[in-house]
Design a protein around this ligand. Structure first.
Ligand code: ATP
Ligand SMILES: O=C(O)[C@@H](O)C(=O)CO
Length: 421
């Protein structure tokens, strides 16, 4: 079986976000966790390979992305889509620039686009500046991200710092004129030696105008927004009919390791409903105390689960995160918390949880790996960018949703379960 679009996502929530937009735009999609070792068995238009490569060393991110590329090419992928965060999450070293460059080299292409625009979630790009909601990226809370603080909203500048290729801009005026003008601008930029063009988009209409101009471009790099304009290039029509998931069974739980503004509000909202919630303090995980802490959390959760969803969270305000990072180091703090939350997720599933909400991309990566999930079927959307997914397994498998840090309404942690009911 051959596929049309081959996608490489740099984290797991981002992968379901992209798969969701492709499904809603008319594609049959499968998401794999990591690079599969066998050929694709499903009859689909697109595959999203979910990596956990956003914050690992650039050389490793490149190696994993090239592996994914090789597998996708072997499945016949006609176009490659490198999906990163709608808030362009990266460190000064990358990994968006280095991975883009490596994919360009491997695909023997001298030009690609870069745009994290996702208007349905308030991410817009105007004159090369990224807005999250009504404010610039660096005023949106993303300047305090635990792993990838974003302190500059100018994407041409941010991308240029990460790549040796010349970075240019296709601005909103060109995008507004549509396919021919965008193609003309691409030719002009290529003639100037530009290898990567940031593209403005402030609405879904912009993304739909962009779509036809991207037909046959070997590599696209973007958030999930660009996806909505692509299926038409393959003769497919939008369909809001998400794929049907098997009926949901089992107990319900939420595991949250995201420290974003949105997740902090979602945790506060869940607690305000009076439902059971337990915080994990990273300091309590140090000196080999993690296993004991996980056991304590599971013993707490076990008798409560029959009465409805419980929440286990490390979600904290920026000051608390900074204090922990000062004590443990940024990477160590992140890894310690991810490891503990992943063990909690595995333990909760062991207690009978079959409907699981996980908040945070890195956290989701750790949890999905700990649960041994290899492939996800994409189901109905809960909020823009966040679908329910299903992983087959014993007793009907697990319904899981991987919520990007900044996505979802305040009541997401309770609302999500009503979508499956
Ligand atoms: N209280 C805490 N102190 C320090 N680090 C924490 C704390 N809680 C979580 N972390 C770490 O912060 C990181 C949060 O990243 P994660 O990707 O899970 O969330 P996010 O960035 O908000 O989500 P997304 O990537 O979907 O936008 C993880 O590595 C997590 O382990
Ligand atoms: O694009 C986004 O914002 C999300 O899909 C994501 O990648 C969060 O990790």
């Amino acid at each position: 079986m051959t596929i049309q679009l081959g996608c490489i996502a740099d984290d797991f929530t981002g992968a379901t976000d992209l798969a969701n937009n492709l499904v809603r735009s008319g594609m049959r999609v499968v998401q794999t966790i990591g690079v599969p070792t066998t050929p694709l068995a499903a009859d689909v238009h697109a595959v999203v390979v979910a990596l956990k490569s956003r914050t690992i060393p650039a050389a490793e991110a490149i190696a994993q992305s090239l592996d994914a590329l090789k597998w996708l090419q072997a499945q016949g992928a006609q176009q490659i889509y490198f999906k990163y965060c709608s808030t362009f999450d990266s460190t000064p070293e990358g990994n968006i620039g280095p991975v883009t460059e490596a994919l360009m080299d491997a695909l023997h292409t001298d030009f690609t686009i870069a745009t994290p625009a996702f208007p349905d979630n308030g991410r817009t790009v105007f004159k090369g500046y990224l807005f999250a909601g009504n404010v610039l990226l660096n005023e949106s809370g993303m300047q305090n991200h635990p792993l990838t603080p974003m302190t500059d909203a100018n994407l041409v500048r941010v991308m240029q710092a990460q790549t040796k290729r010349k970075v240019g801009l296709i601005d909103y005026k060109t995008v507004a004129l549509g396919e021919a003008a965008i193609r003309e601008r691409i030719s002009a930029l290529r003639a100037e030696g530009v290898g990567v063009a940031v593209v403005d988009a402030t609405s879904n209409e912009d993304l739909h105008r962009m779509g036809p101009a991207l037909k046959n471009m070997p590599l696209l790099t973007a958030g999930s927004g660009v996806a909505i304009g692509l299926p038409a290039n393959f003769g497919l029509k939008p369909s809001l009919q998400a794929s049907q998931l098997p009926a949901a069974h089992g107990l319900q739980a939420v595991v949250s390791g995201s420290c974003s503004l949105a997740t902090n509000a979602q945790v506060a909202h869940f607690k305000s409903t009076g439902r059971p919630a337990m915080a994990i303090n990273p300091a309590a995980l140090m000196h080999g105390q993690s296993d004991a802490m996980v056991q304590q959390v599971l013993a707490w959760a076990a008798p409560l689960l029959k009465d409805g969803p419980v929440l286990v969270y490390s979600t904290a305000e920026p000051e608390a995160v900074k204090a922990v990072q000062a004590q443990l180091g940024v990477a160590e703090a992140g890894a310690l918390v991810e490891h503990a939350l992943a063990a909690v997720a595995r333990g909760l599933v062991g207690l009978g949880v079959q409907q699981l909400v996980v908040a945070g991309g890195e956290t989701s990566g750790a949890c999905v790996q700990a649960l041994g999930i290899a492939q996800l079927q994409i189901g109905p959307q809960i909020d823009p960018g966040v679908p329910w997914c299903h992983a087959p397994g014993d007793n009907g498998g697990v319904h899981i949703t991987l919520k990007s840090g900044n996505f979802g309404t305040e009541d997401f942690f309770t609302k999500a379960f009503t979508v499956l009911a």
